[in-house]
Design a protein around this ligand. Structure first.
Ligand code: GLA
Length: 517
């Protein structure tokens, strides 16, 4: 199993950069040498993040207008649908829409320096996750040490760091909130369920409803985790045989997101045929659909049975495309530099995702992460590799879920997570994921078509030295003069004929957006 896991996360990460053997900028761990490319947000108001949002009729609505600019900001929603209201001081939009339909609203934010406005479409129907999820997950930094306090601190940090102003929304607990039978740690012991058969949280989570209320009070959404098997991957109680009760419990607690992790289901269910693989997910999504709140479902079964082909059909809003990026730092590093397991391109994953269902290649492994020995340490990825991960995630329309320590972000980590022009690519409302167009030696060029007719292009260098990487119009399906803008630096680079060529550092990327002139 372990071997298979290792293989899977190696396989996954090859969608990244593949083929770099060895890592000579490995020594670069000095934060002073990390080049911050993202300009600081302007004090003048700007509206960021998604431009479209799905909700079901009758479900509680929570969305905070993401806007940068010096505070205080006054928030308004023009043409707000009946049933919703916007808090002018926080930008939190809450309420319930009863009437299905498409509502075209306008967000307007104003501070002492000026104002900005932008259209925002609310689609009230049966589709959620019209753009990839953005948020934070506890796993890679806190793994089995997660507590109520850690989750509340994470919600606080999402606001105080300003991540909420760039569109981050979900604060998700991963494994280890439930009872763990047989644990040597008394805080994890107890009755797994109450007399009604409803699942209990362990002593580290004394008040689940209080926790989600707290997260919601910040204008954020809360996520939880379980397994279709009797136990989760870390040995805590799973949902097997109690699916109805567990989903009812999550809804009553007020959760908005569920990661449903295969884990021990393999010991009871079969996995020989597609119906075997789909069965637990069909069961759970049908139960979720009957709840009176929207719960986004993330399928976590490591890509088995080409899940990207049917994840949406069985009710998932996202599906992990392979195994874990890293159970260890070695794992992440090896995976990043291995050739030949190119899950994304080999399977043309871009063809399967879109509004309502996204490929999930796992979390953003930047900032401080667990070393699985009870300590948190800086990511093993070099600065260029971190730019590469975030760029590639936004090109492939992956969920942007940060899993490092959100309470301990340096300026570099924050700059990687909050570049609005990169986020705009990830959150493009057309929702067409990007793909690789050329691969030549150590260089790769990826493209993503965007709603306004422009395209985002990533020029990647997997090699050990800087290299010139060229994006040719003929490869990108473009012709004539094009306007090119550097997205990380947020700078126009000029107009180019036939091609754009640029020097890209070792293991790094230059990400641009190209508009017809
Ligand atoms: C699996 C998942 C991880 C994480 C752990 C928790 O390995 O793939 O993302 O949820 O379980 O135990």
């Amino acid at each position: 199993m372990k071997k298979r896991r290792n293989f899977l996360f190696v396989a996954f990460y090859s969608i990244l950069l593949l083929g770099i053997s060895g890592c000579s900028d490995k020594g670069n761990r000095n934060p002073n040498t990390f080049e911050i490319l993202t300009p600081k947000p302007s004090p003048v108001p700007r509206i960021n993040g998604a431009k479209i949002f799905g909700v079901r009729p009758g479900s509680p609505f929570i969305f905070t207008i993401p806007a940068t600019g010096s505070k205080p900001i006054n928030y308004e929603v023009l043409n707000i649908p009946a049933g919703l209201s916007c808090d002018p001081k926080t930008g939190q939009i809450t309420g319930v829409i009863e009437e299905p339909g498409e509502y075209l609203t306008t967000f307007r934010v104003t501070n002492k320096l000026g104002s900005a406005q932008r259209e925002f479409k609310i689609v009230c129907g049966d589709k959620l996750a019209l753009t990839p999820h953005m948020g934070w997950n506890s796993w890679y930094v806190w793994e089995n040490h997660v507590t109520d306090k850690i989750m509340r601190d994470a919600a606080d940090a999402m606001v105080s760091s300003g991540m909420i102003d760039h569109g981050y929304m979900y604060v998700n607990i991963d494994d280890c909130w439930a009872i763990k039978p047989g644990s040597t740690d008394s805080t994890l012991l107890g009755e797994p369920r109450d007399i009604r058969g409803m699942v209990n949280s362990n002593k580290r989570f004394p008040d689940m409803k209080g926790l989600t209320d707290y997260i919601h009070s910040k204008g954020l959404k809360a996520g939880i985790y379980t397994s279709p098997g009797p136990f989760t991957c870390a040995g805590h109680i799973g949902a097997y045989g109690k699916e109805e009760q567990d989903i009812a419990r999550f809804a009553e607690w007020g959760y908005d997101f569920l990661k449903y992790d295969w884990c021990s289901y393999g010991k009871i269910g079969r996995k020989d045929t597609l119906p075997d693989l789909q069965k637990p997910y069909i069961l759970i999504s049908n139960i979720i659909r009957n709840q009176k709140r929207d719960i986004v479902l993330n399928l976590c079964q490591y890509g088995m049975g080409d899940v990207w082909k049917w994840g949406k059909e069985v009710g998932g809003q996202s599906w992990r495309t392979a195994g874990d990026l890293g159970g260890s730092f070695e794992g992440i590093a090896t995976a990043l530099f291995r050739d030949g397991f190119d899950v994304y391109s080999r399977n043309s994953l871009h063809l399967y995702a879109g509004p309502g269902g996204w490929n999930d290649p796992d979390y953003l492994l930047i900032g401080y992460l667990s070393n699985w020995k009870g300590e948190t340490v800086p990511t093993p990825l070099t600065p260029n590799e971190q730019y590469t991960q975030v760029s590639l995630w936004s090109l492939v329309a992956a969920p942007l879920i940060f899993s490092g320590d959100i309470t301990r972000m340096d300026d570099f980590t924050l700059s990687l997570l909050t570049n609005d022009e990169i986020i705009e690519v990830d959150q493009d409302p057309m929702g067409k994921p990007g793909y690789r167009v050329t691969k030549s030696g150590d260089t790769e060029v990826w493209i993503r078509h965007l709603e306004d007719g422009s395209c985002a292009v990533g020029l990647f260098n997997r090699g050990e030295n800087s290299l010139n990487v060229t994006a040719r119009w003929s490869d990108l399906g473009l012709a004539g003069k094009q306007r090119v803008r550097d997205l990380w630096r947020q700078k126009n680079l000029g107009r180019f004929n036939d091609e754009f060529s640029v020097k890209v550092p070792q293991h790094g990327v230059v990400m641009v957006r190209i508009w017809p002139h």
